[in-house]
Design a protein around this ligand. Structure first.
Ligand code: ARG
Length: 578
């Protein structure tokens, strides 16, 4: 079923087009920016009127006069300012929609009219080292997007484009082979991949003979030597186990089946160079093979090359990404291909996308989108690091989050038993870290701040989870004759505001699917919780007469549904108690 915004858009679009004597005018319906303006407003009249040579207020009046509303969605409209239309939705329509959602909770977010095939590249760490704080954003933002897209009925193909190939693996293999004599030593060393990497690096810097063995290892690996391949696989496997541990703990839906390792493309890279050559795009530059596209210029006006093969024959990150674009467009048959990757790689993606289009590796229809995100900063406004200047391991960060959440839960609810408290702390700690990230506009950098994210006040996971437990506890203690099955009437403005808000969940979810900003959903959930709190303060539930009581209980249940489904799309689990 259409949500309110879609239905209003359709109805006003038809009336506006008629008023302007045009086709497909966009009324640009948005949720009202202030409650005085009603529930929704149409901002698109001025532009359409301008094109038709009409006075905007006249066009607005004509639109209203020509509105067809057979289902009675609209209670009232008014022309405002230079030609906006303010719209108030009918209470009866809100009640009817609310009751439909109560009867079938999943219908709160109906599927998109057209299911698409969407590839989402996210998380994608380099396997040479442990996952660190720099991988948090791509992992949680990407996972929220795949949840949203799947929920709307799209076919999502996750691609975890891990870095598992390249010269640094030579060093790791050489070190691994050195330790291989003693299985227990090796196992212990591999338990901490970060120190394994550091130890290998030290060997490499200190011992020229080791450095030679490291370089030889790269050659052997690339030549397909079985022993070196086995050592490499061993390391990669260990590193992937580590990632999986992080994903599971973060409630991130990636599994090994979603791997799209760089090494997967080794055999395809020669073909990519050939294809670029056949398309007449290749040029030699200092022995390297490059693609020059006029749209990429340096500051001095020189065209910037995209290097696809080094003079020694080696391939680059961009070559692999071209092969990946091709797979996603061709074999995987994507309609849309998203890359949830750090904003610092934005030139890389612009170039890869442009080269792929120039070489006709993808056709017009495929939308290639870099879903960029900013950096997590420390209090000093520099990228977040440990005190000693090392990168913060994600595993340590999550441990600390849970430890801090434990203290918070202990303070809030000292009566819980130990086991319960540990479980709650795990959920709250992880949720706090995820929500703090997801609630920021992904394009901006943000400062990592424990006390903010673990507060019960403000736009935080503990606040939202607490709101959820409040509702659940109301619904757990129902009096004997109470029913939560239907909304019967709206008897207070706080009730109406809350009902309208719950019904707007699908509108927000559609926006997230389109524009890929999960913070829009966070903002919505925060406002929804606030709206619930206001309702809860203003409207007595159990003391009210039975019909009002039941209707309010049903509204509480609908709110619980919207909150829970919304949080689930962020990959955040709710609690019964906290
Ligand atoms: N492994 C890369 C890195 O750590 C990110 C890969 C992103 N995906 C891609 N298709 N390039 O920087």
């Amino acid at each position: 079923m259409e949500n309110c915004k879609e239905q209003l858009t359709r109805m006003l679009g038809a009336a506006l087009s008629k008023a302007c004597g045009a086709t497909n005018c966009d009324p640009n319906v948005i949720t009202a920016s202030r409650p005085e303006f009603g529930d929704y407003q149409a901002n698109g009249v001025m532009a359409a009127a301008g094109r038709a040579g009409l006075k905007p207020r006249d066009a607005a009046a004509a639109t209203i006069a020509g509105l067809k509303d057979p289902e009675g969605l609209i209670a009232s409209t008014e022309v405002a300012g230079p030609g906006y239309i303010n719209i108030r939705v009918a209470d009866s329509a809100l009640l009817e929609r609310g009751n439909q959602a109560l009867a079938a909770p999943r219908s709160l977010i109906p599927p998109a009219p057209e299911a698409r095939k969407i590839v989402v590249d996210y998380s994608s760490p380099n396997l040479a080292k442990e996952m660190h704080v720099g991988h948090l954003r791509g992992t949680v933002i990407g996972d929220s997007l795949v949840r949203v897209l799947e929920r709307l009925g799209h076919e999502v193909i996750r691609q975890n484009h891990v870095g598992d190939w390249g010269t640094q693996f030579g060093m790791l293999i050489a070190y691994l082979r050195e330790l291989d004599g003693d299985a227990s030593v090796l196992q212990a060393e591999l338990a901490d991949l970060e120190s394994f990497y550091r130890a290998a690096r030290q060997r490499f810097d200190a011992d020229p003979a080791f450095a030679d063995r490291a370089r030889l290892s790269v050659v052997k690996l690339q030549g397909g030597d079985p022993e070196y391949l086995a050592a490499w696989r061993r390391f990669i496997d260990e590193s992937l186990n580590h990632c999986q541990g992080i994903y599971d703990r973060l409630n991130v839906s990636l599994t090994r089946a979603d791997l799209d390792a760089e090494s997967r493309y080794n055999e395809d890279l020669g073909g990519i160079i050939r294809q670029l050559d056949e398309a007449g795009l290749l040029r030699e530059n200092d022995g390297a093979r490059c693609v020059f596209l006029p749209e990429f210029k340096r500051k001095d006006g020189e065209t910037l090359p995209v290097i696809v093969q080094k003079s020694d024959g080696g391939y680059l990150y961009s070559t692999t990404d071209l092969a990946a674009v091709k797979l996603r467009a061709g074999e995987l048959g994507a309609d849309r291909s998203l890359y949830v990757v750090d904003a610092r790689q934005s030139l890389h993606f612009q170039q890869v996308f442009a080269v792929a289009r120039a070489a006709e590796m993808v056709d017009e229809r495929l939308s290639l989108e870099h879903i960029a995100y900013g950096t997590i900063m420390g209090k000093d406004n520099k990228p977040y690091k440990t005190r000693s200047g090392d990168s913060v391991k994600l595993a340590d960060l999550l441990d600390e989050a849970v430890a801090r959440a434990y203290d918070l839960v202990l303070e809030k609810n000292p009566d819980l038993d130990e086991e319960q408290r540990r479980q709650i702390a795990e959920t709250v700690g992880i949720a706090a870290v995820k929500y703090a990230d997801l609630s920021k506009n992904r394009m901006s950098d943000y400062v990592f701040d424990w006390s903010n994210m673990l507060s019960f006040e403000g736009d935080t996971a503990p606040y939202l989870l607490y709101a959820c437990t409040r509702i659940k506890s109301i619904l757990r203690k129902l009096p004997a004759q109470a029913s939560t099955s239907s909304l019967l009437r709206i008897s207070a403005p706080e009730e109406r505001a809350l009902l309208l808000k719950t019904l707007q969940l699908p509108e927000v979810v559609n926006l997230v699917a389109k524009e890929c900003y999960p913070n829009t959903l966070c903002q919505y959930l925060y406002k929804l919780s606030g709206s619930f709190m206001r309702f809860y303060e203003a409207c007595p539930i159990l003391q009210a007469e039975p019909e009002v009581r039941n209707s309010r209980l049903a509204l509480a249940r609908l709110t619980e549904q919207a909150l829970e489904q919304g949080l689930d799309l962020l990959g955040i689990q709710t609690l019964e108690k906290m």
